[in-house]
Design a protein around this ligand. Structure first.
Ligand SMILES: Nc1nc2c(ncn2[C@@H]2O[C@H](COP(=O)(O)OP(=O)(O)OP(=O)(O)O)[C@@H](O)[C@H]2O)c(=O)[nH]1
Ligand SMILES: [Mg+2]
Length: 701
């Protein structure tokens, strides 16, 4: 067979000779098993990926050649914590193999399907684990239709069922592939005894093609009973699949390789080419949006860093999708960091706006990295020498520099509070964290209450992964802490107090007395200082001193060491001494006044931060979510229906939200997402005050 792809170099000259395919599906559905089978079927001597514990958490790329086509396969993790990797994979790919296990059509699969739908990503469904006992293909296909819509249509049907499954027949090709001998399947022209199976599925598939490929000729042929032939139908299939309204189903046993040849053939003939997949918009650095860059190797370069692997020894390895133009070894390109362009500026991801030499271009063939001279529009390749470009950055030609908008990253909602285990770890920690953040755009580094170091993560598996990376890759040991919540103190009633700072025994004395009235302000009122001193009882120059003293005591708190808020302090009287009064003495008197007022415990209280939480969840779980909210001392604000989902709004104390990212997944069976925003402070209920007031005795000063 004359191949358009130069096999030795994996070199292509036209985007139509490339397919970029991402495997998406629930954890354990069989993606990695299938990925391995696809490679084994086409990469000579492929022995499989070595055991890599990171494999479960990151997007993997490997390339193979089938017929005339270069296929870049991306294996995305199925665990919901790693949805950031999945979205990166969606950005790199033009179509997905949506992997569903025969017993795995659930809320989580629906959530992943929705991810694809939002990106308008064409999907072919690989239905795995068909070798399990009592599995009936038609029943499962009906379930798929009920969940994902009528566009779900088998292009291949299994012969035999359960452990007796031997092969498949092609609904369009009418060919029987027999895998029963093990190894490569035998291919028989004509479905023979399985013709009934073909007929059963052929009508609906052709009707689907007529509709989704918008092919009037096919309709005519079909109505006249004429067979349009396999190639004609495959052309239509590619068009229909590209619209992401028709979803071919292929039966698979990922452990044995059954269905592999069918998928490879579909990828080559039925999956959309990069030219059929719309590129993201390109925005010049001047701000001008020039629309989607053309999938044209001769156009100016537009490429994007899909993910970055960092290794303390080997350095960085960047996965790059070329949208437009051609990357050549040793080219100098413009790197545009764009997080600030899209409202995501933070310390760990500085903006980039510089030129960089790209160095080598590589393809992963099986498990080996092979050099490539060029990468054209539509390819996904690896660049081992990029040093400044980070995940999400755009590479563009220097005379037409710009950025493509980033894909949406998941919001990390599970806080992980850490501190360096030893002094030595402390020195290494901040560099290690910076590196972690380069590789993983879903982690957010923050300083929480009381300056606690907090890594915001997407879930427990993500948190564990980060801790492992810190330890194993960067040699930093950290201890986990409870996440501190930023409580506040306040006064609940009006009172007056006297603050004295008087020391007159020997030497230069100190003398300051102030009388203040303290009253609560409404929530969010902050702090007010009012001067009502008459007749110079407190000399003018010392009034700011009293205020300073009050403020500094407020910062330190009076009951549990938390800052005080929402009070008005009115200075209405005092006493001074012509020699012994000083700025410092009045500061101490101001501070003493506040402590004196707080000695009446019934007048002070703790406040807790409340978040406005918006939860989107499958309708069936609404009741469970609402019951749980009230268990968290939450207050329901309302709910709206949004298709099959419900959006629930509630105010929930931050103290009750620390592990909500994990808990909601359980309550809503993987269908739930939420956002949270600080909304204000509210009184901490009496039964909880004890816990915090005891824990942190106020610092006596
Ligand atoms: N019997 C049977 N077992 C399968 C099939 N596909 C996968 N498995 C098994 O299911 C388990 C999970 O398979 P993986 O390929 O690792 O699943 P995955 O989708 O990559 O999972 P994540 O990477 O965690 O998202 C493994 O033990 C496989 O051997 C299948 O078609 N039939
Ligand atoms: Mg996997």
């Amino acid at each position: 067979m004359s191949s358009k792809v130069n096999n030795a170099q994996f070199q292509v000259n036209h985007p139509d000779d490339v397919r970029n395919v991402v495997l998406i599906g629930n954890a354990g559905s069989g993606k990695t098993s299938l990925f391995e089978q696809l490679l084994r079927a086409r990469v000579l001597g492929y022995r499989g990926e070595k055991d890599d514990p990171e494999r479960l958490s990151q997007l993997y790329l490997a390339s193979l050649v089938t017929g005339d086509t270069l296929v870049n396969l991306l294996d995305a993790p199925g665990h919901p914590d790693f949805v950031g990797e999945l979205r990166a994979g969606i950005r790199a790919a033009d179509a997905a193999i949506f992997v569903v296990a025969a017993d795995g059509i659930d809320g989580m699969a629906q959530t992943l399907w929705d991810e694809c739908r939002e990106a308008n990503l064409p999907r072919v469904i690989a239905l795995t684990k068909l070798d399990a006992a009592h599995t009936d293909f038609d029943t499962v296909v009906d379930q798929l239709k009920a969940t994902f819509g009528e566009g779900v249509l088998p292009t291949h049907v299994p012969v035999g069922s359960g452990t007796g499954i031997t092969g498949t027949v092609g609904v369009l090709s009418r060919r029987f592939r027999d895998y029963s001998a093990g190894g490569e399947p035998t291919l028989a022209e004509g479905a023979g005894e399985h013709d009934d199976l073909v007929e059963l599925h052929r009508g609906p598939l052709i009707e689907g093609l007529i509709q989704e490929a918008d092919d009037a000729d096919l309709m005519e042929k079909y109505l006249e009973g004429e067979d349009p032939g396999r190639d004609y139908l495959l052309d239509d299939l590619m068009k229909a699949t590209a619209h992401a309204n028709l979803f071919p189903v292929v039966p698979v046993v990922a452990t044995s390789g059954l269905g592999t040849e069918e998928l490879l053939s579909l990828i080559e003939h039925g999956f959309p080419t990069p030219s059929l997949h719309p590129n993201p918009d390109f925005i010049k650095l001047t701000g001008e949006n020039t629309g989607a860059a053309p999938t044209d190797p001769d156009a100016p370069l537009v490429a994007q860093v899909i993910r970055t692997t960092t290794d303390p020894f080997a350095g960085r390895l960047s996965m790059v999708r070329v949208f437009s133009g051609t990357l050549k070894t040793d080219d100098i390109v413009h790197v545009s960091g764009h997080r600030s362009h899209f409202g995501k500026a933070d310390d760990a991801h500085p903006d980039h706006d510089n030129d960089e030499r790209i160095g080598l271009i590589q393809a992963t063939v099986g498990t080996e990295l092979k050099p490539k001279a060029i990468a054209i529009a539509g390819e996904v390749v690896l660049l081992p020498k990029l040093s400044t470009a980070e995940t999400g950055d755009t590479l563009s030609s220097r005379d037409q520099a710009g950025v493509v908008p980033n894909w949406t990253m998941p919001e990390p909602l599970l806080p992980l509070a850490i501190r360096a285990a030893t002094r030595n770890d402390e020195d290494k920690l901040s560099t290690a964290l910076q590196r972690l953040a380069v590789e993983d755009t879903t982690v957010r580094l923050a300083h929480g209450a009381e300056d606690q170091l907090v890594l915001w993560t997407t879930g427990q598996a993500h948190a564990d992964l980060l801790l492992n990376r810190l330890r194993d890759r960067y040699g930093v040991n950290v201890a986990q802490e409870d996440v501190k919540i930023a409580l506040r103190e306040t006064f609940t009633g009006k009172t007056t107090a006297l603050g004295r700072h008087v020391k007159q025994s020997g030497g230069h004395g100190q003398y300051a007395v102030c009388n203040v009235e303290i009253e609560p302000l409404p929530r969010g009122g902050g702090f007010e200082f009012v001067d009502k001193v008459v007749g110079g009882a407190v000399p003018r120059q010392f009034i700011p001193s009293v205020e300073k003293g009050v403020r500094s005591q407020m910062d330190r708190g009076v009951i549990a060491g938390f800052p005080m808020v929402d009070v008005r302090v009115t200075l209405f009287d005092g006493k001074s001494h012509s020699v012994d009064s000083s700025d410092m003495a009045f500061q101490l008197a101001g501070s003493a006044a506040l402590k004196e007022a707080a000695s009446n415990k019934s007048l002070v209280a703790l406040l807790e931060p409340i978040d406005l939480v918006t939860i989107t969840v499958g309708e069936a779980y609404m009741g469970a979510v609402m019951t749980d909210i009230s268990g968290r001392r939450g207050q329901m604000l309302g709910s709206d229906s949004d298709g099959a989902k419900v959006v629930i709004r509630a105010r929930i104390p931050q103290l009750e939200l620390a592990r909500y990212a994990i808990d909601l997944r359980g309550i809503a069976h993987g269908t739930g997402t939420f956002t949270r925003d600080f909304d204000g402070y509210e009184m901490l209920p009496g039964n909880l005050v004890e816990k915090f007031a005891k824990k942190d005795e106020p610092t006596k000063k």
